[in-house]
Each structure stands twice: as C-alpha cells, then as structure tokens.
Design a protein around this ligand. Sequence first.
Ligand SMILES: NC(=O)c1ccc[n+]([C@@H]2O[C@H](COP(=O)([O-])OP(=O)(O)OC[C@H]3O[C@@H](n4cnc5c(N)ncnc54)[C@H](OP(=O)(O)O)[C@@H]3O)[C@@H](O)[C@H]2O)c1
Length: 252
Amino acid sequence: MKNTKNKQKTAIITGASDGIGAAFTKLLIKNDWQVVGISRSSSKLKIIKKNFSSNAQSFKYFSCDVQDFKKLKSIAKKIEVPDLLFLNAGIYSPVDSSKLNLDEYKKHLKINYLGVLNSYEAFLPGLISKQNGHIIIMSSVSGWIGLPKAAAYGPTKAALRSFAQSIRYDLNPKGIKVQLCSPGFVETQATSINNFYMPGLMNVNDAANLILKYMNTKKFEFSFPFSFSFFMKFFSLLPDKISSYLIKKFII
Ligand SMILES: NC(=O)c1ccc[n+]([C@@H]2O[C@H](COP(=O)([O-])OP(=O)(O)OC[C@H]3O[C@@H](n4cnc5c(N)ncnc54)[C@H](OP(=O)(O)O)[C@@H]3O)[C@@H](O)[C@H]2O)c1
C-alpha cells in the first residue's frame, strides 16, 4: 500500500455494493471522502461509480470475495493506506437448527468471520506502518445473545465482537482506533427474507448517517436503533431463564 500525505480522507469498505455498505459508501463520497469499495459482484459497484462518484478518485472498486486473502493482499498493494477500514461484508440466512445445516454454518463462518480476518490482515500492515487509522467491524445485536433462527449468523457476530474487543489492546497504542458496530434490524436485501416482525426496522440511509455520527465519537461499541438495541442489551444481561422467556414472548 502506498502512503501519501493526501488531505482527503480515504476508506476501504467491504460489502460496498449493497445495503449498509453501499449507503455508507455513498455518504462518505458525499462528504468528500475517497472510497475503495469491495464486493463479489462488480455490477452494483459500477453503478455507484457512475451515479455517485464526482471524479476518478472519489470511488474505486474491486470485485473480490472476502474469502480470497491473496486477492485482498493484491488490492492492498494497489491502493493508498486508508484512514478508515470498514469491515462490513457479510451474509445472513435464517436456519432451523433441528435440521442439518453444516454447509450453512460453515458458509457463515467463512464469510462473516474469516472474511473479516482476511480483510483485516490484508490491510493491517499499511495501518501499522502509518501508525494511524481507524477500523470499524460490523457485528450485530445477534452477537450479544443467541436469537431464534440465528444459529448460523449469530455466532459469527459474537466472534467478531470478541475479536474487536481483543485487538484494540494491541492497536490503540499503535494509533489505530477500533470500533464495533452492532445494529438491530436495518432494511436491506439481507433482512428482506425475514418473514417475522422486525422491531425498530431502520432505513438504511439513517443507519449510514448514524455510523458516520458514531465513528467520530470515542465509543468503542455503538448500536442502533436505540430502543431495540437497548432492550436487546437489557435481555442479554438478564438471567437466562428470564431472557429466553422474553425472547420467546417478543421475538418468536
Ligand atoms: N441489515 C441488518 O439488519 C443488519 C443488522 C446487523 C448487522 N448487519 C451486518 O451489516 C453488514 C451488511 O449487511 P446488509 O444488511 O447491508 O447486507 P446486504 O444488503 O446483503 O449487503 C451485503 C454486502 O456484503 C457483500 N458480500 C457478501 N458476501 C461477500 C463476500 N463473500 N465477499 C465480499 N463481499 C461480500 C455483498 O456484495 P456481493 O454479494 O456482491 O459480494 C453486499 O455488498 C453484514 O455484515 C450484516 O451482518 C446487518
């Protein structure tokens, strides 16, 4: 990764083609950031480039699966060391865990957890050499407590939470800020498959605005929408007998 003294802020966003990552990408471009977007399919990234990028520098993109560490490393060599690394790419499928789901469990682990590790390690050397930067890891309220149908998804988000909590002790002294984003329900392609009521379901642009707001604070973990995440946090702190009763009553 090349290091420059560019005054414009730069970001790498994984999962930039759709949902929260796309909304956040567009918001950063609007705020005069230079963004590098990464996702598997390039067609949606191309549309962002065409419709939202004001010049050649404001948005670059790479088609890459976050499972492909070699390709992520090759991208790192081609771009500037970013000010912000937003590790957001992820998948979500509800599962019935009374059935056999080994492939689904493994797929979630490989993309949601190992995909973040791949992206983290590909771009980390640049941040370390710069002794400056900011990493935001996308978790979820599902990482706080096991939720119905989330046996494939939730554990990956819990693992990311623990990962982010741990790495900050090594990275903060090297000038790198670490934050964990743990949203409730946001209206995207991922949640469109849910056939149950999603309390507090939030518009994706509102979610992007909140990420922008919280990334400028000292908070390690931030969550939204406020009321739903407050209740989920509260549930997670209760004795299991009470929290599982409340989850059955209000969420299933
Ligand atoms: N929506 C919610 O309610 C919610 C709540 C809490 C947390 N989250 C988290 O927020 C993140 C974004 O979710 P979303 O709702 O915005 O989902 P989304 O609309 O489905 O977008 C997911 C993004 O990730 C990319 N992606 C998926 N697999 C990838 C892979 N293997 N390699 C590279 N890119 C990949 C997708 O692009 P391609 O398919 O082209 O690769 C897409 O750009 C996820 O980590 C999700 O767990 C979402």
